[in-house]
Write a protein that binds this ligand. Structure first.
Ligand code: PMP
Length: 368
């Protein structure tokens, strides 16, 4: 994405002059496995219910600011009080508002990269300083003692579990220790938690960690990335702050209606999630097989709906996947800590087969 023009560099707030906007690196392709979306069709009965709900939603009235009905359904899903829930226009909006409300000049965010790059971007936009404690370069596990020491000095922590793009989980015990170490708020971003093994969520900690904030989204397991609906769970006083800083009507009526159907019909998504987990195992084995002879190649196991793979000529392979095979995956090969890495969303069996076939051709070409 273009950097700011000289004219704009002179006009924007000085701290934004070197701002590089988030670039989802999107090109229309036949098979898009670049954004960790759920590429499966929505279960037909849910889709029919959703269409009915959307058709019945009046558009002439402003939305309920706090998404009352959806909020109550989310609270019920997680066994918390509605006042412990704030719904947002995607998880992105809530991440921004978290840094806007609790970060800012003079405050420090502890970040545990390689992680979702929006954290640093929103920190920059809100003048929040960032302290990075890097994950182990081979396993991407968090160096826990170092992170705990840094958390004691930080005002905020964001930790992703499963982590995007590396797929690692954190142990709930570690999250609890982070909450004890940090004087401020600790956000655990569980955007991909539905794809993880049972018991992975830090949700049971909510009752005893008053500084814990958990982020969820309907963009991944629930296949509603286009709807833009995310939410946070926290203590009611933390939620009051999210409520106070939000754009009053940011969650539109159609989003609220579609979100409500997804939450109410959540059981219908379980087979889709199971299928993605099975395909993830198949893709992991397939990628391991095809990179077996390649020097420096690694495929990391993942608890999300994506796999990170390091392979020779990654940037060129990604380009050829796009240009010659009409398949889009995410190139992280130039990102710090991710040299030579591509991230591939786990798609449908047909999409995954197409990726494996194309990669087999390309990797053979690279290593010949
Ligand atoms: N957290 C993580 C780790 C993500 O990968 C994403 C989306 N890529 C989000 C939050 C935000 O998702 P959304 O805005 O679609 O709810």
């Amino acid at each position: 994405m273009a950097a700011l023009s000289d004219r704009m560099r002179a006009l924007v707030q000085p701290r934004l002059a070197d701002f590089e906007p988030y670039d989802p690196a999107f090109t229309p392709t036949r098979i898009n496995l670049s954004a960790n979306e759920n590429t499966y069709p929505m279960p037909a009965a849910v889709r029919a219910e959703l269409d009915r709900a959307l058709a019945a939603t009046p558009l002439n009235r402003y939305p309920d600011p706090m998404s009352g009905e959806l909020r109550a359904a989310i609270a019920e899903r997680h066994g918390v009080e509605p006042r412990q829930v704030c719904v947002g226009n995607g998880g992105d909006e809530l991440l921004f508002n978290f840094l806007f409300a609790f970060g800012g000049a003079g405050r420090t965010l502890l970040n545990l990269p390689p992680a979702f790059s929006e954290y640093e971007l929103f920190a920059q936009m809100t003048e929040t300083a960032v302290v990075n404690v890097w994950r182990d370069p081979a396993t991407f596990e968090i160096p826990e003692d170092e992170a705990l020491a840094a958390a004691a000095e930080a005002d905020l922590v964001i930790v992703t579990s499963p982590n995007n793009p590396t797929g690692n989980l954190i142990a709930p015990e570690f999250a609890e220790r982070l909450c004890a170490a940090c004087r401020g708020l600790v956000m655990v971003d569980e955007a991909y938690i539905e794809f993880a093994r049972p018991g992975a969520s830090v949700q049971p900690l909510l009752e005893r960690c008053p500084n814990l904030v958990i982020l969820h989204t309907l963009s991944k397991a629930f296949g509603e990335a286009g709807i833009r609906c995310g939410y946070v769970l926290a203590t009611a006083d933390v939620i009051d702050v999210f409520a106070a800083v939000r754009q009053i009507y940011s969650v539109n009526v159609l989003t609220q209606a579609a979100g409500l159907v997804a939450i109410r019909e959540r059981a219908a998504f379980a087979p889709v999630v199971e299928k993605i987990r099975a395909e993830r195992a198949r893709m992991l084995a397939g990628l391991e097989g095809l990179t077996a002879g390649a020097i420096g190649a690694v495929v990391w196991p993942s608890e999300g709906n994506f796999l990170l793979v390091r392979l020779p000529g990654a940037a060129e392979i990604r380009r050829r996947l796009r240009d010659d095979y009409d398949i889009l995956v995410r190139d992280f090969s130039a990102a710090p800590g991710l040299a030579g890495c591509l991230r591939i969303t786990v798609g449908t069996p047909e999409e995954n087969d197409a990726v494996l076939r194309a990669l087999t051709d390309l990797v053979k070409g690279e290593t010949r």
